[in-house]
Unconditional design. Structure first.
Length: 366
């Protein structure tokens, strides 16, 4: 059996250091917004080559707090429109709604599963104030085009980088340093995952960073002095300690994912299976390796019989979810086709050569 993702094995690599760090944490007697969070913020800012990193409770809150921060700074206001991918994970859309803004869903590109640029341009109205590209499955959105469109229309660009820790543009810019601000998640399955919930905002904007530092902690900068109507969404001290231990391995893990992806792409040659389009660069960190097949249930039965793990990312598009009923009349044919056909196959830095070859041969024999 080749598991879809063996999280336990991924974290066991750091077991000794985790135990040591937990002991220090326990003995410190200091459990919220302590030194580990501070150190992680500095480490992750350096990793992304960005001025500021603010640790928050999770990825959803990271995105929401960016929007709330811009509202506090007067750059966004209630009901402003934010362009977002119609095939994203629902969190991106929820962040916009929770901040009192209006998500405008934009159709996906059939090849990259990121924004369709023509649809993006056509979705801009007088009320559009921001674009939220999601680097879906770990592949950077077309940021050059998005940046051009944002400049022409005076829009903020907020990256949903929850699946793309470490991805780089051709110029070497990391996810988290491409737009005005970015939200990251450290949910355990992400390329950089904690042992619980966690998230972060990265930005080069001094004012935004300062406001989010307040917003995440009840709107305070000094204890018991509330300047803003804040939230409670702090990166947990213990999770920050674990992330400090794992961060140095992120680049090599991503490289291993890319090597596996290249092998899958060059050796899976079954006409029934559509492989991801990938140019071989560092713009993709293969959070997921997503293929498409026409008769997905049939394919899933076959993988189950042959012991190959799999998951669907995602089975129901946001506009068909009960929670987003007000979008149900929209028509996004590419997004709907993607949701009907995608399947994620095993992808982990710990897959062995043998595992990879087994996956390839089973897929080729389908
Ligand atoms: C995981 C994820 C999020 C949300 O992160 P949480 O930490 O679970 O809140 C947001 N957007 C995308 C694209 C994600 O994959």
């Amino acid at each position: 059996m080749i598991p879809f993702l063996d999280l336990k094995a991924i974290n066991q690599r750091f077991e000794v250091e985790f135990h040591k760090s937990f002991k220090q944490f326990l003995e410190s007697g200091y459990y919220i917004l302590g030194n580990e969070v501070k150190v992680f913020e500095a480490n992750f800012a350096r990793f992304c080559d960005v001025k500021h990193c603010v640790g928050v409770g999770n990825g959803l809150d990271a995105l929401r707090l960016i929007l709330e921060g811009y509202k506090t700074l007067g750059k966004l206001k209630e009901n402003d429109e934010v362009l977002v991918a119609s095939n994203t994970y629902i969190a991106t859309i929820l962040a916009i709604k929770q901040a009192g803004l209006k998500p405008i869903l934009v159709e996906a590109d059939f090849n990259t599963y990121n924004f369709n640029i023509d649809s993006l341009k056509n979705s801009i109205s007088e009320n559009t104030k921001a674009i939220m590209p999601v680097h879906l499955y770990g592949q950077l959105s077309p940021m050059e085009e998005i940046s051009k469109i944002s400049k022409e229309n005076n829009l903020l660009v907020i990256e949903d980088a929850a699946q793309a820790h470490g991805a780089k543009t051709r110029e070497g810019k990391r996810a988290g340093n491409i737009g005005n601000a970015a939200g990251f998640s450290f949910y355990p399955t992400k390329n950089l995952g904690a042992l619980g919930d966690g998230g972060a905002v990265t930005t080069n904007d001094d004012d935004l960073a300062e406001v989010i530092k307040k917003l995440r902690n009840y709107g305070t900068s000094t204890k018991y002095v509330n300047e803003l109507l804040g939230f409670n969404s702090r990166l947990d001290e213990l999770q920050a300690a674990f992330l400090n231990i794992k961060l140095p391995t992120l680049d090599s893990d991503n490289e291993r994912r890319r090597i596996i992806a290249k092998k899958y792409i060059s050796q899976i040659n079954n006409k029934k299976i559509v492989l991801p389009k990938y140019d071989g660069g560092d713009n993709h960190v293969f959070h997921l390796f997503v293929v498409r097949v026409e008769n997905r249930n049939h394919f899933i039965d076959y993988l189950d019989r042959n012991g190959i793990g799999h998951l669907i990312h995602y089975p129901i598009p946001p506009h068909k979810q009960k929670a987003l009923l007000e979008y149900s009349h929209f028509n996004f044919p590419v997004t709907e086709l993607i949701h009907n056909e995608v399947l994620s196959i095993p992808m982990s830095p710990l897959l062995t050569e043998e595992d990879v070859e087994k996956v390839i041969s089973i897929l080729n024999n389908y």
